[in-house]
Design a protein. Structure first.
Length: 338
DNA sequence: CTACCAATAT
DNA sequence: CATATTGGTA
């Protein structure tokens, strides 16, 4: 049993980051339903989509999975017209997202899925794009390490198509990353976890930081035993369900399971040109799949998130993996937690 | 039984 | 290496 449940809300404030952290993240996940909706099995003659994708290095995640989903029946919203007070997504509603399509989906000849979806199809590998990860971190940050468990995180992220397993897996890795960093940052000059996370120290250079360094790590993460500043946010776990009203819920990017080559070195130019530089609030996205699938979550009656609706328009995020040594610019949150 | 976690497999 | 999958456990 989770013994902490008794006092988890007593310490909510501790973990509560600053409200401003609520980042209007937006991600698009191609959910199988979606794919199905688009009818992938009726692909255009396009062929070298994959090659194209490879060529389009700037974009790494936009392959369309041809997964036929285990039919998640669109649950008819039977809200008896009563609840649904704050539809505001805790972490972030999705700003306008350019519905860009990857075009295509190479059909693999596996298994004769010539016709109807074989019910035993697996989902494509989820690609944790920086944006997605950002959302992940935000969710964890907002939940607090204590409550940051896969299910909760998943719900908070509210990314369509994301499964608990996905989050769990990533969470595991994330924890490892944090742990590694704790050891390095503690006692060292780097008092700031974010700094270490950025890839400053020697701990994160090439490998581990790829994705993780993209998102600042909340300071409290590195020091679980030490509440930083007491945040006071008398918030209550409002049971927040997501569906209700259209909020762009995007999807995450997925890649083909098989065509997973091991060469990708393109994590570096995310900044969308349209935005002018990285960072830009609300404006940087990639060729992602945008679309939302009908509600598909279970009526889990669990707590929601103590977040409030973020104001869209302010985004931070950074990315710069140049091999220049050292120096990392952390465009941290406006709160300046570090 | 559900969910978490760590280990293991792909 | 990044995810997925599995097994044991709370």
């Amino acid at each position: 049993m989770r013994e902490d449940e008794s006092n988890w809300f007593s310490r909510w404030e501790e973990d509560l980051p600053s409200l401003e952290e609520l980042t209007p993240l937006s991600q698009t996940l191609i959910t199988p339903d979606l794919a199905l909706a688009f009818d992938i099995r009726n692909p255009p003659p396009t062929s070298t989509a994959i090659a194209a994708a490879a060529a389009a290095v700037g974009a790494q995640q936009n392959q369309l999975p041809h997964t036929h989903p285990p039919p998640p029946p669109p649950p008819p919203p039977p809200p008896t017209a009563s609840a649904s007070p704050s539809p505001t997504n805790p972490l972030g509603p999705a700003p306008p997202q350019p519905p860009e399509f990857g075009a295509d989906s190479a059909d693999l000849a596996s298994g004769g899925a010539g016709d109807e979806p074989a019910r035993t199809l697996k989902r494509p590998r989820l690609v944790w794009t920086p944006q997605l990860h950002k959302r992940f971190v935000d969710a964890v940050a907002h939940l607090g390490i204590k409550n940051a468990v896969p299910k909760t995180i998943m719900q908070l992220m509210n990314v369509d198509g994301l499964t608990r397993e996905n989050v769990a897996s990533h969470l595991q890795k994330y924890r490892l990353y944090l742990k590694r960093m704790q050891g390095l940052s503690s006692g060292g000059a780097a008092a700031n976890g974010a700094a270490a996370a950025a890839g400053l120290g020697a701990g994160s250079d090439a490998a581990t930081d790829h994705l993780f360094a993209s998102s600042p790590v909340p300071a409290h993460f590195l020091h679980p035993g030490r509440p930083n500043s007491d945040h006071f946010l008398p918030f209550v776990p409002v049971a927040a369900l997501q569906h209700h009203h259209h909020q762009h819920q995007m999807a995450a990017a997925v890649a083909h399971p098989q065509l997973q080559n091991q060469y990708h070195r393109q994590v570096g130019h995310f900044g969308s040109p349209t935005n002018g530089g990285g960072g830009g609030g609300g404006g940087f996205e990639h060729p992602f799949l945008a679309r939302q699938t009908p509600p598909q979550q279970q009526p889990v009656h669990r707590m929601g998130a103590p977040l409030h609706n973020p104001v869209p328009g302010y985004l931070e995020d950074l990315e710069s993996a140049n091999g220049n040594g050292g120096r990392k610019v952390l465009t941290l949150f406006p709160t300046g937690d570090d």
